[in-house]
Write a protein that binds this ligand. Structure first.
Ligand SMILES: [Zn+2]
Length: 177
């Protein structure tokens, strides 16, 4: 038993992902391993076999976050494949695509929820991702039914090397405004 970090009910806590498992799909090797690189740990390379988990959420909140993550995963996979049954994807330039009809609210909430989970995590790996007063503000945004593009705007970009998309690599850069 413990306090769910999202709804604050005292319940059995799930072993919640900090970063959704779907985002690890492309970075696991054939032995289901990935290498974490951090700039807060003297560039030490750490080999991991499972995404980071922690007792954070109750089952109800876990399911809510999973719903948002489903939209995130489908959207990113569709964009990566340039093929979607509902998105309108156009190549804008070598480095930019123009994507319309994204399910904006769950997509944005999923991204914000990852940043929020990295902040509340006690794992040493996420020590550099503390949001301070913004932690509670983001929790409030996540609890609201609607979220606009003006609140905590986000930018997602492909990682390109020699104009080739590296889909087995992802990074988070937090920048305070
Ligand atoms: Zn909860």
């Amino acid at each position: 038993m413990g306090k769910c970090h999202f709804c604050e009910n005292i319940v059995d806590l799930q072993n919640s992902h900090i970063i959704p498992e779907c985002l690890y799909d492309k970075i696991y090797d054939e032995k289901h391993r990935f290498i974490a690189i951090t700039d807060t740990n003297q560039n030490q390379l750490i080999i991991n076999q499972l995404g980071y988990r922690e007792k954070l959420l109750c089952i109800k909140c876990e399911n809510l976050f999973s719903k948002w993550e489903g939209v995130l995963k489908k959207t990113l996979v569709d964009i990566s494949n340039y093929n979607s049954s509902h998105l309108k994807i156009e190549k804008y330039s070598q480095t930019f695509d123009h994507v319309q009809k994204i399910e904006f609210i769950p997509f944005k909430k999923s991204i914000l929820s990852i940043i929020w989970r990295m902040s509340i995590s006690n794992n040493d790996y996420f020590i550099g991702y503390k949001l301070g007063p913004y932690e509670e503000k983001i929790r409030t945004v996540l609890k609201n039914e609607n979220v606009t593009s003006f609140i905590f705007p986000i930018l997602i970009t492909k990682v390109l090397v020699n104009n080739k998309h590296l889909n087995d690599f992802f990074c988070f850069i937090l920048k305070s405004i």
